[in-house]
Design a protein around this ligand. Structure first.
Ligand SMILES: NC(=O)c1ccc[n+]([C@@H]2O[C@H](COP(=O)([O-])OP(=O)(O)OC[C@H]3O[C@@H](n4cnc5c(N)ncnc54)[C@H](O)[C@@H]3O)[C@@H](O)[C@H]2O)c1
Length: 335
C-alpha cells in the first residue's frame, strides 16, 4: 500500500523532498502540503501530484485522514509544535533538523513519544546515510583501528550569507558533526570548549571565523572540529579517526582525476547540497520503509535531543571560553 505523506513547509528542502518522494523513491506519494504561503505550496506540488490536498495549517494536515505520515520541513521554531501534534495523532513524523530549537523542547518530544510506547519520530540528520560515513563506521565496528583515541574533523564552506552569525557556526554547521560523530563512535559527549584562532580577513567584522570546537566523550575520546565558513576554496568535509592500531579517513567524494595543464588533481565541490545529495535519498527512503514496516531506524528524537544539548554547551562555550559540561537528562527522559 502506498504511504500518503503530508509535507509541512514547501521551501528549499521541502520542495527537494517533494521531488524525491514523487520521482526517485518508492512506496510513498505526497498526498498533502501546507505552507504559510499557499501559493508557493500549490506551485511546489503541482508538477508532481495534481490531486494533492492543500491545507491552510500544518495542524489541519496532520489531522487529515488522507495523511498517513508527516514530513516537517518548515522553519526550525515551528518544528516542536508540529512534531507534538503528529505524535498526539499517532502518526509517524520525519522532522528536518533541528527537532526543536531548545533542548527542553527536544526533551518534551522524547517524553511524548515514549508515552505512546511506539517509535514515531525520525530527525533529518542525513550524514549517517552517507556511504562514506557508513564505511567509516564499519571500520570502527570491525575494530580495525582498535581503541579510538582521537578524531580530527573539519567543516568548511567557501562563504556564507550576510545573516550567518557566530553561533550559527554551531547551530547550523557543527550540528551535523555533533550528530554524526556521536553516531560513528557510539559514545556521548561530556564537555565542549571553543577556541577562536586568528580571524580570516574574508569573514565579516562581526563574525568569528574560523572556530575550533574541542569535545570530550564519556570514553575519553578527544575530538577537534575546525569550522571555517569563509575558506574560499570549496565545501569540504573532513574526518580522520585515530585509533591505537591505525587511522581511518572519510573518503573524498568521487570525482574524475585530471591530468591537465601540468597539474594532477580532482575538483572540490563548492555547494553543500551536492555533497550529501545521495544521502538524502537513502535517508527518506529509510523513513518510508520504516513507517511501512512499523519500525523506524533512523536518527531518533533522543539523537535530536543529544545534538541540541551538545550545541547549547558549544554556544555557551563560545561566550565563556571555558570547558562547558554536556549532560543528557536520561532520568527526565525515562531512558
Ligand atoms: N538536513 C539538512 O541538511 C538540511 C538542509 C536544509 C535545511 N534543513 C532544515 O530544514 C528546515 C527548512 O529549511 P529550508 O532551507 O527549506 O528553509 P526555507 O526558508 O527555504 O523554507 C521553509 C518554509 O517553511 C514555511 N513555513 C514557515 N512557517 C510555517 C508554518 N507555520 N507552517 C507551514 N509552513 C511554514 C516557509 O513559508 C517556507 O516556505 C530548517 O529547519 C533547516 O534547518 C536541513
Amino acid at each position: 500500500m502506498t504511504l500518503n505523506l503530508g509535507v509541512i513547509g514547501t521551501g528549499a528542502i521541502g520542495r527537494d523532498h517533494i521531488r524525491r518522494c514523487s520521482t526517485t523513491l518508492s512506496g510513498a506519494r505526497v498526498a498533502a502540503v501546507s505552507d504559510i504561503d499557499p501559493v508557493q505550496a500549490r506551485a511546489a506540488i503541482a508538477p508532481f501530484e495534481s490531486e494533492a490536498l492543500l491545507f491552510e495549517t500544518g495542524e489541519a494536515l496532520i489531522a487529515s485522514p488522507s495523511v498517513d505520515a508527516v514530513l516537517v520541513t518548515s522553519w526550525g521554531p515551528t518544528h516542536a509544535a508540529f512534531v507534538h501534534a503528529a505524535i498526539a495523532a499517532g502518526k509517524p513524523v520525519f522532522c528536518e533538523k533541528p527537532l526543536a530549537t531548545t533542548a527542553a523542547d527536544c526533551l518534551s518530544i522524547v517524553k511524548a513519544e515514549a508515552a505512546t510506547g511506539k517509535r514515531l519520530v525520525q530527525v533529518g540528520f542525513m550524514r549517517p546515510y552517507d556511504s562514506g560515513y557508513r564505511a567509516l563506521r564499519q571500520v570502527l565496528r570491525d575494530n580495525t583501528l582498535g581503541t579510538v583515541l582521537m578524531i580530527h574533523a573539519a567543516h568548511r564552506n567557501p562563504t556564507v550569507g550576510a545573516n550567518y552569525t557566530t553561533d550559527m557556526a554551531i547551530t547550523d554547521t557543527l550540528i551535523h558533526e555533533l550528530d554524526v560523530l556521536r553516531w560513528l563512535i557510539e559514545d556521548d559527549y561530556v564537555s565542549a570548549q571553543v577556541i577562536f584562532p586568528r580571524r580570516s580577513r574574508h569573514a565579516r567584522a562581526d563574525l568569528r571565523d574560523p572556530q575550533i570546537v574541542l569535545l570530550e566523550t564519556a570514553k575519553g575520546i578527544r575530538i577537534d572540529v575546525e569550522i571555517f565558513v569563509n575558506c574560499r576554496y570549496g565545501y569540504d568535509i573532513q574526518c580522520e579517526i585515530v585509533g591505537e592500531e591505525g587511522i581511518a579517513r572519510l573518503p573524498e567524494p568521487s570525482a574524475v582525476t585530471l591530468r591537465h595543464q601540468a597539474r594532477l588533481g580532482t575538483p572540490i565541490l563548492t555547494d553543500w547540497k551536492d555533497r550529501f545529495i545521495a544521502a538524502y535519498d537513502v535517508e527518506l527512503q529509510d523513513f518510508i520503509d520504516g513507517v511501512r514496516d512499523g519500525a523506524l531506524k533512523g536518527p531518533s528524537a533522543w539523537d535530536g535531543y543529544a545534538a541540541a544539548v551538545a550545541a547549547d554547551a558549544c554556544v555557551l562555550a563560545q561566550r565563556t571560553g571555558a570547558v562547558e559540561p554536556i549532560v543528557l537528562d536520561r532520568a527526565a527522559a525515562g531512558v
